[in-house]
Design a binder for this molecule. Structure first.
Ligand code: AMP
Ligand code: GLY
Length: 426
């Protein structure tokens, strides 16, 4: 089978690496991909949001399945685009349609869905420009810290947590009246702050049944000890020690099953991944957010633990036969550390030559923001998050030691990383 994978991050390199191991795969194309994905298949230089270009590629390369990595094309309706076009409607797209993807694309839609289906989440209300004053009153009823969320996609920057009521009122007003997040601020969700520890839980579904994937913990802050601004993610660990069997049973019972049943009852056709961003408060799971895709860098520690053939798994999603699939997961720990560019998540330079990846023997090297320099052929930095290094070990300590040792072998100007991934889990 010929597969087109959309995306260009570490998540997509990890998926491409896994897809390429399948005997069911004929040819793999990645669009636009990065320097790492080009070692697993053929990169196509097109934008994931240019659906006509995706269609042309699908027809030109006899693609038989499209796997969507990031959220944007899903929220923008790539699945619906395929279904509406007779020349490509028979080609399965792994990833939900526009309506279902609103679980990620609209915080208000997601919160309403959770409330309707009795899924534990923080108390909230949604406000618009017309209800600004009510929003301020609602803030005054809550106690600090205050959580403000832009309704729409905001590239991971749509959540502001304020420590004081004055700051919260200023930010809230600015979010609604100003154009801080563009269209994303037509609605703002104000919600209660949940105090606990976060984890990411994933399922893959064909819309009828689902299979649980390994859970992971992601490290979002740039600085050691979880300090400084949020990033896309600086590392991840899977499994998560505090997500024991008892807790995961609660997650299934109180979160996953009601979500699946809600989707079915409400006629929301869903296929692909569901990412539950959870907060463990005491012993109870609360949903912070849904995403309609896998996490990054969680994928880089989840995929190496998956023993199933990924092409077969996607085929079962497309055929709606997931219920007869048996999952096989490596019980060992995978630890991912992200190498980033100096300055990230603020401004950073691109184009630094990356050396030493070929010296890494004990870890997987998943490229994120990398590119091949067309003149020299060397691999250069091309983003804030550059390379995810993942190692598998009998213990988290062993996996992390391997990843940090491998990181020492990779060099480029401005190399930066968190030295303490997993620090809170020992
Ligand atoms: P989100 O974009 O929804 O994932 O939110 C970004 C981050 O903000 C989350 O990963 C949490 O760390 C934090 N956050 C979001 N909602 C809440 C909440 N209700 N209580 C505490 N922290 C939150
Ligand atoms: N690592 C969090 C995310 O992918 O949204």
């Amino acid at each position: 089978m010929n597969i087109l994978l959309l995306g260009s991050g570490g998540r997509e390199h990890a998926m491409a690496w896994k897809l390429a191991q399948s005997p069911l795969l004929s040819r793999l194309y990645i669009a636009p991909g990065n320097a790492g994905t080009s070692t697993t298949g053929t990169n196509l230089n097109l934008s994931v949001n240019d659906f006509n270009a995706v269609k042309s590629a699908v027809l030109a390369y006899q693609i038989e399945m499209v796997v969507v990595g990031p959220e944007d094309p899903l929220v923008n309706g790539i699945h619906d685009f395929f279904l509406a076009d007779p020349s490509i409607k028979h080609i399965p797209v792994i990833g939900p349609g526009r309506h279902a993807a609103k679980l990620e694309g609209s915080k208000d839609f997601a919160k309403e869905f959770m409330i309707r289906n009795g899924i534990p989440t923080a108390r909230y209300q949604t406000f618009t420009r017309a209800t600004l004053e009510n929003g301020i009153s609602f803030l005054q009823q809550l106690s600090p810290p205050y959580v403000l969320k832009a309704d729409g996609l905001a590239a991971g920057k749509g959540v502001i947590i304020c420590q004081t009521i004055d700051e919260a009122i200023i930010e809230f007003t600015e979010m609604i009246l100003g154009s801080k997040f563009g269209n994303a601020t037509q609605k703002v969700v104000i919600e209660e702050f949940l105090s606990g520890i976060e984890l990411s839980v994933f399922v893959i579904t064909d819309g009828k049944s689902y299979k649980l994937l390994p859970e992971a913990k992601d490290y979002k802050k740039i600085g050691a000890g979880d300090t400084g601004p949020n990033t896309g993610g600086m590392g991840s660990i899977s499994p998560v020690p505090f997500a024991d069997m008892q807790f995961m049973q609660k997650v299934e019972e109180k979160v996953i099953v009601p979500t699946m049943e809600g989707l079915i009852r409400e006629g929301i056709d869903y296929n692909g991944f569901i990412f539950f961003g959870l907060m463990k408060v005491g012993d109870e799971p609360f949903v912070i957010e849904y995403n309609c895709r896998m996490g990054d860098p969680e994928t880089e520690s989840v995929i190496p633990r998956l023993k199933n053939d990924l092409v077969a798994l996607f085929r079962a999603v497309a055929d709606k036969t997931l219920d007869s699939t048996t999952m096989s997961i490596d019980p060992r720990t995978a630890a991912t550390v992200m190498l980033v560019s100096k300055g990230y998540p603020g401004e950073y330079e691109k184009g630094a030559v990356i050396t030493g990846t070929e010296m890494v023997t004990d870890s997987y090297v998943f490229h994120a923001g990398t590119a091949a320099n067309p003149e020299t052929g060397s691999t250069v930095t091309n983003g804030g998050r550059v390379i995810a290094v993942t190692s598998v070990g009998a213990t988290m300590k062993e996996a992390l030691e391997k990843s940090y040792e491998s990181i020492g072998k990779i060099n480029y100007k401005g190399k930066n990383f968190r030295p303490d991934i997993g620090f809170d889990l020992t």
